[in-house]
Design a protein around this ligand. Structure first.
Ligand code: KG4
Ligand code: ZN
Length: 349
């Protein structure tokens, strides 16, 4: 495919309407954003189809995206009484994520951009998780610090300028992502997938009295490690089973959760201090966690750091975040992507 990508036909007097498409995992997300204002955010999820496998099955996710793509776009447009020809630019997650799932969204975005004669913006999934916060809290001051915690990533990023993708990775998980640890620990506690929400709920009735390890907490880096914690929880639960004693699920959930959020928040505050940054934004599915939000608020306040966290519904994967980043890129005059842009499952920042 060639041509057509630079021909943005922005109507006089109105800011560009950006259609955002997200298909990197199991959510088909579509968002409509105009000038930093969220107009529509529609979602179709295949999560129930994956639940019995305890994790996302790539082929099932890709097929579900194919079926949901057009209806989810139609729903977004009709919700706000807009038509295809009102769209001025299309933004799409090109990576990182599941290859087959990404390809569905990227192909759809190219088709919309080509058919409508509007520019295409291929965006990075993690940058979009940060950008979604601007829909609620306005422009992100530069530089800001971002903690990104999802099912596939746990990263600390210095963000001088999001729109131009000026993002500096400071550290990341060396093994399991935070959300992955939640999902695995939930499974061994007999809770459904995805494990974050049920652990979050169970922990409210428990006490964090079990001293689980906090790997890398004091190693001076901005990296994380959660696989040893997951193993420690598994060993603790197995020992209870062997002893024929009941497992205090709420206390295990609360103690596991405390170990995760303690390290995440301590390292985020340390990263802000080390780089002289006074704004922290938290994004990704785990940012919906109630204890992470509460502890981050307490520690940021004590450190004089302004904390920004999107509302829980915008933390997990959605199309609004892609449209938000697309909208920032359009406003900053970023050059659109060529229609040849590929889906890149291992895309780096
Ligand atoms: O960002 P996201 O929707 O998809 C990825 O890009 O991975 O994140 C999904 C992850 C899952 O591991 C899920 O268990 C976790 O976010 N999650 C939570 C909560 N809600 C979702 N983890 C902890 N507490 C929550 N309330
Ligand atoms: Zn995500």
């Amino acid at each position: 495919m060639t041509a057509g990508v630079g021909a943005c036909r922005v109507r006089a007097g109105s800011a560009p309407l950006v259609l955002g498409i997200e298909t990197s995992c199991d959510e088909t997300g579509v968002g409509l954003v105009r000038d930093g204002v969220l107009l529509a955010d529609t979602l179709a999820s295949s999560v129930d189809e994956h639940a019995r496998y305890g994790g996302v099955i790539p082929e099932i996710a890709a097929r579900a995206h194919v079926e949901a793509m057009v209806p989810t776009v139609e729903r977004a447009l009709s919700q706000v009484g807009l038509r295809h020809r009102d769209v001025d630019a299309v933004a799409v997650t090109v990576g990182p994520g599941l290859a087959g799932a990404l390809m569905v969204g990227v192909a759809a975005a190219k088709a919309y951009a080509l058919a409508l004669g509007v520019p295409l913006y291929g965006v990075h999934h993690l940058a979009a998780h940060i950008a979604v916060d601007t829909l609620e809290h306005g422009p992100l001051p530069g530089p800001s610090m971002a903690l990104l915690v999802s099912g596939g990533h746990s990263s600390l990023l210095l963000v001088p300028d999001l729109a131009t993708s000026d993002v500096v990775p400071l550290g990341a998980t060396v093994d399991d992502a935070a959300g992955e640890a939640y999902d695995k620990v939930a499974r061994l506690l007999g809770m459904p997938f995805p494990g974050g929400p049920p652990i979050d709920r169970a922990a409210r009735d428990g006490s964090p009295t079990i001293a689980f390890p906090r790997a890398k907490a004091t190693d001076g880096t901005f990296d994380f490690s959660f696989s040893g914690l997951k193993t420690a929880v598994a060993r603790w639960v197995e020992a209870r089973h062997r002893a024929g004693e009941p497992v205090p699920t709420a206390d295990v959930a609360a103690s596991f959760q405390e170990a995760v959020v303690d390290v995440l928040t301590a390292k985020s505050v340390a990263a802000c201090r080390a780089h002289g940054v006074d704004t922290l934004v938290i994004g990704g599915g785990v940012a919906a966690n109630s204890r992470l939000r509460a502890l981050a608020a307490t520690r940021c306040e004590a450190a004089g750091i302004t904390l920004r966290v999107p509302r829980p519904g915008l933390c997990t994967d959605n199309g609004a975040m892609v449209a938000a980043l697309g909208s920032l890129q359009v406003a900053a005059g970023v050059v659109p992507s060529p229609l040849e842009i590929p889906a890149s499952s291992a895309l780096s920042l």
